[in-house]
Design a protein around this ligand. Structure first.
Ligand SMILES: [Zn+2]
Length: 253
């Protein structure tokens, strides 16, 4: 039986995510920005929380963990990180986490933070990339460096085109505005811009998106494309350097 995935807003612009295994009734929350919207979503569905899969230590991703653990006695899965206390299971690159009968593969994707991991549910073709990869954007590089973050993005880019990206924040409209300054002639990007305008006007989320579409339209996944290098006047330069320049420009935009 296919998993059921729910997404809902948390805090200002975070996404909350639940993934539910109908066979075993196990339900995981990917991160826990705050408890209340997650409890509401669980009650709406009649689900009980069995697991929280943490991606990184930032407060807007772990703020609800203690309250949810207290309420449901759920298992907390987290990266190897001194900045995250009280995990029941620590995971790193290549580990597989079971949510009921669902399997989540762990990819280490450092850069935004050093402890950042992403979860891949291959059977559901679902990637939970939190603050590493956004739709038409990527996370700020707070703790790592640009080559490290570029390597992390390459790991995610290697996943198949028909996988869905579930990211940590609703930042897509602002990301598109920036991306169009780099690749104004990118047809996939222009199409995505129109789609996002429609979705936002209808007050709908812009995720999930297909990874294949992101590969065509997300300039941060395209730092090794000549058109992107040209867009930041760095033709012929190393992809990690082009990526760094993109990130610097986005920070100032
Ligand atoms: Zn973060």
């Amino acid at each position: 039986m296919a998993a059921e995935i729910r997404l809902f807003p948390c805090l200002t612009d975070n996404f909350g995510y639940l993934i539910h295994d109908p066979a075993t009734k196990a339900t995981a929350s990917i991160d826990a920005p705050e408890a209340a919207p997650i409890v509401n979503a669980l009650e709406r569905e009649g689900w009980t929380l069995t697991d929280i899969l943490i991606t990184h230590h930032h407060g807007d991703h772990v703020g609800g963990v203690a309250e949810l653990k207290q309420k449901y006695g759920c298992r907390v899965v987290a990266p190897h990180s001194a900045k995250i206390a009280d995990a029941d299971l620590r995971v790193g690159q290549g580990d597989v986490v079971k949510v009921g009968e669902l399997l989540a593969r762990v990819l280490e994707t450092p850069g935004h933070t050093l402890d950042h991991i992403s979860y891949v549910f291959d059977s559901e073709k679902a990637l939970f990339a939190a603050d590493t990869l956004f739709s038409i954007g990527c996370g700020r590089v707070f703790e790592g460096n640009y080559p490290m973050m570029w390597d992390s993005l390459l790991k995610l880019r290697a996943l198949p085109d028909d996988f869905k990206l579930y990211c940590g924040h609703e930042y897509t409209a602002a990301n598109i505005k920036f991306a169009l300054t780099v690749e104004p002639a990118n047809a996939a990007l222009k199409a995505r811009a129109e789609e996002v305008t429609r979705l936002r006007a209808a007050n709908k989320p812009t995720v999930p998106t297909l990874l294949g579409e992101e590969k065509k339209a997300n300039v941060f996944l395209r730092a090794d494309e000549p058109s992107v290098a040209a867009g930041v006047r760095m033709k012929g330069r190393d992809a990690a350097e082009v990526f760094g320049e993109l990130r610097e420009r986005k920070n100032k935009s």
